[in-house]
Design a protein around this ligand. Structure first.
Ligand SMILES: [Zn+2]
Ligand SMILES: [Zn+2]
Ligand SMILES: [Zn+2]
Length: 618
């Protein structure tokens, strides 16, 4: 590279400055919400207590299609009260290194977390701008422009980092005076904006970016609520979106931490008889959580804590729906952080889709740096097996916390969209914790099984011994109840208004459940075998035995498990597909009994691999 100096980033000699062409900015995996978060991070670093985000209307550079842009305002420098000078704002627009080709060890580089403002923004927009107030009536501004091939061939000084770019001359799309007066009016100090999108910002079935706007704003509210949860729980920190006088975005808890079995049972103690009964029942379907466990890495504390959140998406007949019915605001006490129910549909972004919200949630200090599914991080599960064929596993969410001292071991891509490397000693500690039996009181509905770990780190399927499985089956077969007030029953349990299919008595009398009738025959004393009025030891009149006796399940056609019981596939749970892989000359196969077709297919593949013809099997 012609201009590389690499030693001194402040070096101003022309031939010594780093400069960048379009390839540096073409980072398609960065999403619009990632860009805005980069800017918010800078505001937080500047000690802002109020950050305001706006999504505005814009048109696409190439084809003039309706699209969007963004503004981020903050009161940062106002709070620390040290106004910037021209040098500072120029420095903020410098790029120290190409994020697509970062130095191996980026330890201790202050610029590391500021790469995002320029590169992330220019990955989607034609310009990135910053205006910051200085003193009573002055301001500073700086603007970067995407160094397209056309611009560079016009003048090579249009490369990013050379004399024309960035500059203090605003693009036509930025009215600096107007922004300055808005900053003063709203008591803010700094503005950063991206203008003129050069690529599509949002994706889905709609015609253009702008058609997503209303849903995207809702999506952002939830997304920011998760990413900045720990900041937003602080009442002195305000993040607003859309209208200037709107309420601060609420923090959102992706782990349903307040909905653990233990918390719900404790809460039940404070309630009157009816609610107590409901909440005690709900507690069996609550979040399963490990204790947060700290460990030391080179003298720095990290922690890991696994959660299995309640089942379902809140709409279908699932645990989440029952929780929401009883706790409509998704919190138990008024001051709680509400739980994350699910993303907005048709929002143009898939970052909150259920398949993208499982796995590891990694916090650097208070900021949730990274969560959920992307191809680079194995759909949020990193070194664990890809759980995509067993979507029930995505209900596992693991919170990992570290601090900046460990940046060299938790190597983040400079644009924060993924971790490039997490060191082995850190994984070893996480594995140890995740592979330990959860322990604690066993009061939960199946398939929660506290004698099992969340997952293991070896074998064909690391989820095969996960506590969400019973035997070979995934057992999330809960069903809502419209007969009684309890909202939900486990598939194996009768409602207290149900009659037992074996004995014909009200199930609650002898505590019968669907797998075991506990009623004793009054004639022969056998337990759970037949209704007393059909006892084979008694000679019954002919009339009686005819049709009635034949069909214990006949009235109402209530097949066993009929209320949501028998279909793990029915509530967003997929039956896992058969899979196999070869390791050290041995083939390991997972053949789910519920998925015959995929088993046959995979067995055929295996035979082919082994060069065995099916006639050899005869
Ligand atoms: Zn019921
Ligand atoms: Zn019974
Ligand atoms: Zn009998």
């Amino acid at each position: 590279m012609l201009f590389e100096c690499g030693k001194d980033i402040n070096c101003r000699r022309l031939l010594c400055r780093m400069s960048y062409g379009p390839a540096t900015f073409d980072t398609p995996e960065i999403r619009l919400e990632d860009i805005i978060c980069e800017i918010i991070d800078n505001s937080i670093a500047a000690k802002a207590t109020h950050i305001h985000v706006q999504i505005g209307n814009d048109t696409h550079l190439e084809d003039d299609e309706p699209s969007l842009n963004f503004d981020v305002f903050d009161n940062g420098t106002k709070v620390i009260d040290t106004a910037w000078n021209q040098d500072d704002i120029e420095k903020a627009f410098e790029i120290e290194y190409d994020p697509n080709n970062p130095p191996i060890r980026a330890e201790g580089e202050t610029g590391k977390f500021h790469v995002g403002m320029k590169i992330a923004t220019l990955s989607k927009f034609d310009t990135v701008s910053m205006i910051t107030l200085q003193g009573e009536d002055d301001f500073l501004q700086q603007h970067g422009v995407y160094p397209s091939i056309e611009r560079i061939s016009e003048d090579s000084n249009n490369r990013y980092g050379l004399v024309n770019n960035p500059s203090s001359e605003p693009p036509l799309t930025v009215d600096s005076e107007k922004i300055v007066s808005l900053l003063r009016e709203k008591n803010m100090s700094t503005w950063v904006g991206g203008r003129t999108p050069r690529v599509s910002l949002l994706f889905g079935n709609k015609n253009n970016d702008r058609e997503y706007k209303a849903n995207y704003l809702k999506h952002l509210r939830t997304y920011f609520g998760i990413i900045y949860q720990l900041y937003l729980e602080d009442k002195d920190f305000k993040l607003t979106l859309g209208l200037w006088d709107s309420k601060s975005i609420s923090p959102i808890d992706p782990f349903w931490e307040n909905f653990t079995t233990e918390n719900l049972r404790e809460h039940a103690l404070t309630l009157g008889t009816d609610d107590k009964k409901i909440v005690n029942n709900l507690s069996r379907f609550g979040t399963l959580a490990q204790n947060e466990e700290n460990f030391l890495i080179e003298g720095n504390t990290m922690s890991v804590q696994g959660f299995i959140v309640p089942q379902g998406d809140g709409k279908k007949n699932t645990s989440k729906k029952a929780m929401k019915t009883q706790f409509p605001r998704l919190k138990i006490n008024k001051s709680d952080t509400p739980a994350f129910l699910g993303g907005e549909s048709d929002a143009g972004s898939s970052s909150l889709k259920s398949s993208n919200t499982g796995g590891f949630y990694i916090y650097r200090g208070k900021r949730c740096i990274n969560f959920g599914g992307k191809p680079e991080n194995n759909h949020g599960f990193y070194t664990l097996k890809n759980p995509i064929t067993s979507s029930w596993a995505t209900r596992l969410r693991v919170r990992v916390k570290y601090t900046e001292e460990l940046d060299s071991k938790m190597v983040l891509h400079p644009n924060k969209h993924s971790f490039r490397h997490i060191s082995k000693d850190i994984w070893d500690e996480i594995k140890k914790k995740m592979s330990t039996a959860i322990g604690g009181e066993d009061f939960r509905a199946r398939p929660y099984n506290v004698s099992r770990p969340f997952c293991t780190w070896s074998g064909a399927s690391q989820f095969s011994k996960m506590l969400a499985k019973e035997g070979k089956k995934v057992m999330w077969a809960h069903g809502d109840c419209v007969k009684c007030t309890l909202l939900i029953h486990e598939a194996n349990d009768y409602c207290e208004l149900d009659t037992c299919e074996k004995c014909g008595e009200l199930a609650k009398i002898n505590h019968c459940d669907r797998s075991e009738c506990r009623t004793e025959c009054i004639h022969c004393s056998e337990i759970g075998e037949h209704p007393s009025n059909e006892c084979p030891d008694v000679e019954w009149d002919d009339d009686d035995g005819d049709d009635d006796g034949e069909e214990p399940g006949g009235d109402g056609g209530e097949e066993p498990g009929g209320d949501g019981g028998e279909e793990p596939g029915g509530d967003g749970e997929e039956i896992p597909e058969a899979e196999y892989f070869e390791e050290d000359g041995i083939i390991y196969a997972t053949l789910p009994v519920d998925s015959k077709e995929s088993c046959i297919e995979k067995l055929q593949d295996i035979l082919k691999d082994l060069e065995i013809s099916s006639s050899d099997l005869e």
